[in-house]
Design a protein around this ligand. Structure first.
Ligand SMILES: Nc1nc2c(ncn2[C@@H]2O[C@H](COP(=O)(O)OP(=O)(O)OP(=O)(O)O)[C@@H](O)[C@H]2O)c(=O)[nH]1
Ligand SMILES: [Mg+2]
Length: 477
């Protein structure tokens, strides 16, 4: 039912208002005393009120809500990766666990019990809150995390625990600190529904309390409730008949109505959403795990292939020294390497396509200045290693090998980032490839990496005798 105007006159307005009254919660029962006319007018206001409340309750998802079909799709995609692993490696040791976990996800979809984690800094009232709430929520399993912001060592444990939970109560005792705010942002980024609970509000004067709450609400888009789960005892003073004054301490009841009401609503209305959102998160994490295993297997197979092409390129450029800028054209990026690596990553190319990719990579490397940078870096390393006799072609040979390596590693990284998808004819994303090339190049420009590589290259290209100097300078250094 969707009405454009909240305030209506006449029959519809009246019945609408009555309908709303029937649906209102107990707190509004008093309304019956109002005259009929005001009832119509108030009806509109209540309608707005109810709309807002409805919005608030679902705010806990903040755009992360999912439906069952989408979760099932995510699980199926995870299965695709696992099956792929099984076809590429028979009996991979990780397969058993991965399969078990993915099957578990299908059961998860129908889980009845809600898992709720209570987290926050040290001594904010987590344990006390759980004690107070547990008896009211039989279908909820409460879990206290270790206090946040205490020791870095415990952090990863906390995260794992939080990841398994459907909903987080994030306790704070005042306005959010930077680290509290960051933790909340992380939860949101991880698609983890959460609500902020401003506990120990009894420690504030009423107007202070209001301003803290207001500030929290502004920062958290309203998703905040205030509590005092264990208020401090207050002094009660009674004047007796005989003029004497009696004083004693009284323990006020916990102030948790707002929280319990919200939780009741969430548990009643959002249970499935919560469970599905959690399952979605788990499916994505499991998929990432499976992909790491699969990529590890593929990388192990791709590395020797890159090495092989690297030394082919080195030998070619060494035997036939060309000006530095022509290294690429002659040797460095072999279309066959593109095909071989693509094959390992299940991205099939025709020779023609592979040639296009190789050509595109070559011109990217030129444009990015990688060729010049490499030859310079290689010469510098050679000189600093006191190789006075640099045979013709050594710089070219080692540079060609180096560029081949960068190209090969970039292809691996690029392929790894590609989804295993059905649209294998998607073509190459040059922007992404450029990014990857740059990153991989920077990683491999580190002087340690480069030195190691040059030594390896020289060993390959030069006869034993002339290597003596490099080895000697190594031992001196
Ligand atoms: N004044 C006041 N004190 C409270 C309130 N809630 C909890 N406390 C007190 O705060 C102290 C810490 O409470 P806990 O429930 O142990 O807090 P915790 O977050 O579980 O603490 P750790 O697990 O050690 O991080 C206790 O002394 C509680 O009595 C409250 O609403 N008001
Ligand atoms: Mg505790």
């Amino acid at each position: 039912m969707k009405l454009e105007r909240p305030i209506l006159v006449g029959g519809l307005g009246l019945s609408f208002s009555l309908w709303i009254l029937q649906n209102m919660h107990h707190s509004m029962v008093q309304m019956g005393e109002l005259g009929l006319f005001s009832l119509v007018a108030v009806g509109g206001g209540l309608w707005l009120f109810k709309q807002n409340r409805g919005k608030n309750a679902s705010d806990i998802f903040d755009g992360m809500a999912v439906n069952r079909v989408r979760v099932e799709e995510a699980i199926a995609l995870t299965e695709v990766i696992i099956n792929q692993l099984a076809t590429e490696v028979e009996n991979h040791p990780a397969l058993g666990t991965l399969r078990e976990q993915v099957n578990q996800l299908f059961f998860e979809l129908d889980r009845q019990e809600i898992k709720l984690a209570v987290t926050g800094g040290k001594s904010v009232g987590k344990t006390t809150l759980i004690q107070v709430l547990q008896k009211n929520f039989a279908s909820v399993k409460f879990n206290e995390t270790a206090p946040l912001f205490v020791e870095a060592a415990e952090k990863s444990d906390n995260l794992a625990e939080v990841n398994q939970s459907d909903f987080i109560l994030f306790l704070t005792n005042g306005d959010l600190t930077d680290s509290e705010f960051q933790s909340l942002q992380q939860l949101k980024a991880a698609n983890q529904p959460a609500m902020v609970v401003f506990n120990k509000q009894d420690q504030y004067l009423p107007d202070e309390r209001q301003s803290v709450l207001l500030s929290l609400k502004q920062r958290m888009q309203g998703n905040v409730v205030a509590t005092a789960v264990s208020p401090l005892p207050t002094k009660v003073r009674k004047h007796q008949e005989d003029g004497s004054v009696q004083e004693w301490m009284e323990q006020p009841a916990p102030d948790i109505q707002q929280l319990t009401q919200h939780l009741f609503e969430i548990v009643a209305q959002q249970r499935q959403q919560l469970v599905w959102t959690t399952t979605m998160r788990k499916a994505k994490l499991l998929k990432a795990d499976a992909k790491i295993v699969l990529n590890g297997v593929r990388c192990d197979r791709a590395t020797p292939i890159i090495e092989q092409y690297q030394w082919i390129a080195a030998a070619a450029a060494f035997a036939n020294p060309v000006p530095a800028l022509d290294i690429l054209a002659t040797a460095a990026i072999n279309a066959q390497m593109v095909m071989d690596l693509g094959g390992i990553y299940q991205q099939k190319f025709s020779l023609e396509q592979a040639q296009t990719v190789a050509g595109a990579m070559g011109s990217l490397m030129l444009k990015l200045g990688l060729v010049e940078l490499s030859t310079k870096a290689v010469s510098t390393v050679l000189k600093s290693n006191a190789v006075t006799f640099v045979a013709g072609g050594v710089v070219q040979g080692v540079s060609a090998a180096y560029l081949t390596r960068v190209a090969g590693l970039s292809l691996i990284e690029y392929f790894e980032q590609q989804e295993i998808a059905l649209n294998s004819e998607g073509g190459f994303n040059l922007d992404k490839l450029r990014q990857t090339l740059q990153n991989v190049f920077v990683q491999n420009q580190q002087i340690g990496v480069l030195q190691g590589f040059v030594k390896q290259g020289v060993k390959r290209l030069l006869p034993e005798a002339s290597q003596g100097k490099i080895i000697a300078s190594e031992t001196v250094a």
